[in-house]
Design a protein around this ligand. Structure first.
Ligand code: 6GU
Length: 260
């Protein structure tokens, strides 16, 4: 998979050299390229923003700078020739690249989104400051046949899209074949297909500072352990995430589950 990140703060993406994502890059499983948006600014001060049309606080990122940057990085060529308007049908073959725009006003990013994105051959992130990128940029690339997804991590506001891009890259990269050593570890974890949070986990010693690990986990009784883990996962989900509990498919719950 190839991922491009466009940002005015390339240093913010430095953690992508580390850990699992860093190893995926070294192993050639992930081709990740970070670009400084100011490379495409044309004035002496490398300006990328301007005041909002209609007035108001803050600054808005300029469509002209984003347009030049994205045309080059997405490999689409010049999109500004006369006769092409926003109402035209896309006249490019979809390039297989999906443009992701992190914004608190986007659709919610979930594990389902990460799973879908892990199957897209090319992703590109347009990281804006939180007042945002001129809305015509997303509209323009949609009109050219690019899938554009505005994504939000949750209901809070970050200063810009960079941290959100880090989160999405990590969530997607670990789903790529060969990135996580043991694929079994992707199966049981929180937000898996069962819609349950993960059960609590323990390791040695069996007693630590007077706290005992649950006896069943030392029993060697695999069916009882599985039942205990499912009960704890359900209990946690009901207590911590009533929204997820309410969305559980009743057909996948057994009689024992209903007693939790
Ligand atoms: Cl994706 N971007 C920004 N700027 N703030 C956010 C967010 C994204 N998700 C939650 N807050």
């Amino acid at each position: 998979m190839r991922i491009d990140v466009l940002t005015i703060f390339p240093e913010y993406l430095a953690p992508l050299d580390l850990s699992l994502v860093g190893k995926a890059r070294t192993a050639g499983l992930l081709d990740l390229r970070v670009h400084d948006l100011r490379r495409w600014a044309t004035d002496r001060h490398r300006t990328v923003d301007d005041t909002p049309l209609g007035g108001g606080a803050g600054m808005v990122m300029r469509p002209d700078v984003w347009g030049e940057a994205l045309d080059e990085v997405l490999g689409l060529g010049d999109g500004g020739e006369p006769g092409r308007g926003p109402d035209h049908e896309p006249d490019h073959e979809p390039s297989g690249v999906e443009l992701l725009v992190p914004t608190p006003s986007g659709e919610r990013f979930t594990q389902r989104t990460a799973e879908r994105l892990a199957g897209v051959p090319r992703l590109a992130f347009a990281c804006g400051r939180y007042e945002g990128i001129d809305a015509r940029v997303a509209e323009h690339y949609r009109g050219r046949g690019v899938r554009v997804t505005e994504l939000s991590l949750g209901d809070y506001v970050l200063n810009g899209g960079e941290v959100a891009a880090l989160v999405v890259v990590e969530a997607v990269a670990r789903l790529l074949p060969g990135v996580v050593g043991n694929p079994e570890s992707l199966v049981e974890e929180s937000h898996g297909v069962a819609g349950l949070l993960e059960y609590p986990v323990y390791t040695r010693p069996p007693v630590w500072r007077g706290h005992e690990a649950p006896e069943v986990l030392l029993s060697g009784h695999h069916a009882r352990i599985a039942r205990w883990r499912r009960d704890r996962a359900l209990e946690r989900t009901v207590q911590r995430r009533p929204d997820l509990a309410a969305a559980l498919d009743p057909a996948t719950l057994d009689r024992h589950d209903r007693e939790i």
